[in-house]
Design a protein around this ligand. Structure first.
Ligand SMILES: N[C@@H](CCC(=O)N[C@@H](CS)C(=O)NCC(=O)O)C(=O)O
Length: 213
């Protein structure tokens, strides 16, 4: 089986997938994608979003669908805890990031705010930080109600919730969001980043990394 991941170093949805591939020990080719608006990339993924997984020439879009596919193909170690209630909580936490927060702060949304709605850089940043604050406050409150001894979100092993959280924390830092109100998220993120599977998926570790962004 030949697996390619079309992504870019700053592609945080792709970073979720990279973490899962690393954690499951799945070998893959890293393909630094052309611009998402280019015909070359649309030919790979008509959705025009990163990442795309390619398995033996067949492409799959959407990071969460890709992660589910990897879980089915390579079940060990699982991305979920064993307990069904905790599994649902993990999914709910991950979806609050992947389905509620990430899409509205995406680059194309910010670009639309600028070019079509005439919003300044300051207004775009206010938008970005507002939705991070709303979402992170909810995630922090949720974790506060859970097992205080858990090292990661909900459990003692990193799960899909952590795979979504860590790249989102990096994005929040990149956009100078205040993380002081979220000590649990900050502590869990630090534990994640210390793990080899997460460290090897970071933007800085990618072959196309550029400090200029
Ligand atoms: N729901 C999609 C989101 C993918 C996504 O938004 N990727 C971003 C990069 S992290 C992207 O391609 N953005 C292009 C743009 O906003 O123009 C997924 O999880 O794969």
């Amino acid at each position: 089986m030949r697996i390619k991941l079309h992504t870019r170093f700053q592609n945080s949805a792709g970073e979720r997938v990279r973490i899962v591939l690393n954690l499951k020990g799945v070998a893959y080719d890293y393909v630094a994608a052309p611009p998402v608006t280019s015909d070359a990339y649309r030919a790979i993924n008509p959705q025009g979003l990163l990442p795309t997984l390619e398995i033996d020439g067949v492409t799959v879009a959407q990071s969460m669908a890709i992660i589910e596919l990897l879980e089915e193909l390579f079940p060990t170690p699982s991305i979920f805890p064993a307990d069904p209630i905790l599994r649902a909580k993990v999914r709910g936490f991950a979806q609050h990031i992947s389905a509620d927060l990430h899409p509205i702060n995406n680059r194309r949304v910010r670009k639309y705010l600028e070019t079509e709605m005439g919003q300044s850089e300051a207004a775009q940043m206010a938008w970005y930080r507002h939705w991070v604050a709303v979402t992170f406050a909810a995630l922090e409150a949720e974790l506060k109600r859970c097992d205080a001894a858990a090292s990661f979100c909900f459990t003692h092993q990193p799960t899909l919730a952590d795979f979504c959280l860590a790249p989102q924390m990096a994005n929040a830092r990149r956009f100078d969001c205040d993380l002081a109100p979220y000590p649990l998220l900050v502590a869990i993120d630090a534990r994640c980043r210390a793990l080899p599977a997460f460290a090897a998926a970071r933007p800085e570790a990618m072959p196309d990394y550029s400090p200029a962004g």
